[in-house]
Ligand binder design. Structure first.
Ligand SMILES: [Zn+2]
Length: 440
């Protein structure tokens, strides 16, 4: 028995960057889009009449959002210790599937998890795909591959990198090759590299924590096994080295050298700015007790990023949208579309282009463009029905009340009126007695 649904009379933004189609209707057969037409151009319906017709006059329909950067295992940690040490794998996995429901309900029908503690992202992906829980489609990485003194190598050397940490320390090409093979055996979709060296001075571009040969080793091994590769790269030298090594996209690129834009263009390497975490610290950090020095560091980074990315966009470098949801400053289900707003507010992108970044461009980078990311025949009917026009006001994407419906695979996603909340357990928190000194 075929299930046929029509969503009728909407303004359709199909995600490809084409102009919106007024008075459009979508036909969905067995969860996938079968046809799209304007009023009066109704095509034949070889499958017969629809069982259900949703009237969407006055509403805008867009593809379900794709968040290219959501760490489902991090549990909204306030510190590196909370993310990397506390909780345990069982707790992190259960917490992740619970949080994934919030992500889906906010209108994100797919996301990439570029770096997981344990193998939580893979487990969460499988549990959702298996029909055990509601949640978005997930492109899942394992632990970040890091090198000595690299990003994610946070703890003192006498502790090493705990097995629970988001990063995994590899010191030689052989160790890196072996770690990629091990992660692929454990069913990751992509490999995440922690690219930057951690200099004590945040103004210093110390270059990547890997040699060119090591980066190529990771990228070539992962590609040889049919997996995508992305890299944390705030600094210019890391961005350039990553592009030369052939990564599929670069994350942040905050201090990118405009002289390297041609390199990204030649190799068609998209940038996933992931500004939301940084912007939230700059804009709201004071209110939530962020260290003032860290706020200054982030302010400097955001200023640099805006300057560099405006040039990259002008030159035509493809842009992706990712929120860095999963930390205390970016809780699940709340900030995913903020990145698309920031692309408009800070980077000067047109709303339509920002929507394309958060849908089609992300799907293309994942290798999923035949499945999701646009509302064209053949794709899964992952879509949002909006009470409002995001071309006029992009903030509609973040407004839970104005997201009238979320569909994944042609099925209406059940949504609570407000996000579910929970009590934070003692075992997932840092062991702080007080956060400030008790001066007398
Ligand atoms: Zn991240």
């Amino acid at each position: 028995m075929r299930r046929i649904l029509e969503i009728a009379g909407c303004t359709l933004i199909d995600g490809t960057g084409r102009a919106p189609i007024p008075d459009a209707t979508l036909r969905v057969v067995d969860g996938r889009i079968a046809a799209v037409w304007r009023n009066g151009e109704r095509p034949a319906d070889p499958q017969g009449p629809a069982e259900q017709v949703v009237q969407a006059r006055g509403k805008t329909v867009i593809p379900g959002l794709i968040d290219a950067h959501c760490h489902i295992s991090y549990g909204e940690g306030k510190t590196a210790e909370e993310v990397d040490i506390y909780g345990g794998p069982e707790w992190a996995a259960v917490r992740a599937v619970w949080n994934a429901q919030k992500v889906l309900q906010s209108g994100v029908t797919s996301f990439c998890d570029p770096g997981s503690t344990w193998n939580v992202a893979v487990t969460c992906r499988d549990a959702i795909n298996n029909g055990m829980f509601d949640g978005p489609r997930i492109l899942a990485a394992g632990r970040h591959i890091s090198a000595d003194g690299g990003f994610a190598d946070y703890f003192p050397s006498w502790l090493g990198m705990p097995v629970s940490a988001e990063g995994v320390l590899c010191s030689t090409s052989d160790e890196m090759r072996r770690e990629v093979r091990r992660q692929v055996k454990n069913r990751v979709d992509l490999v995440k590299i922690s690219g930057d060296s951690q200099a004590q001075d945040t103004r210093l571009d110390a270059g990547p924590c890997f040699s060119a040969e090591e980066l190529s080793c990771i990228v070539d091994t992962a590609h040889g096994l049919g997996r995508k590769v992305t890299i944390h790269s705030r600094y210019a030298k890391t961005v350039a080295a990553a592009a030369r090594a052939g990564v599929d996209w670069v994350i942040h690129a905050s201090y990118m050298d405009p002289g390297d834009i041609g390199l990204l263009l030649d190799r068609q390497v998209p940038i996933c700015a992931t500004m939301t975490y940084t912007a939230n610290i700059v804009q709201h950090g004071r209110d939530v007790g962020v260290d003032p020095n860290y706020i200054e560091v982030k302010k400097r980074e955001l200023d640099a990023l805006v300057k560099a990315h405006r040039k990259a966009i002008e030159a035509g470098v493809p842009m992706m949208a990712g929120s860095e949801a999963g930390f205390a400053v970016t809780p699940y289900g709340q900030w995913h579309a903020r990145e698309i707003e920031l692309m408009v507010e800070l980077l000067g992108m047109k709303p339509l282009d920002a929507i394309t970044a958060g849908t089609f461009n992300n799907a293309k980078a994942f290798g999923w463009e035949q499945e999701v990311g646009s509302l064209q025949p053949g794709r899964w009917a992952d879509l949002l029905v909006l009470d409002g026009d995001p071309m006029a006001d992009i903030r509609v994407l973040s407004d839970r009340k104005r997201i009238a419906a979320v569909y994944k695979g042609g099925e209406l996603v059940p949504r609570a009126d407000s996000l579910p909340t929970r009590r934070r357990m003692g075992h997932e928190r840092s062991l702080a007695v007080s956060s400030v000194p008790l001066n007398r």
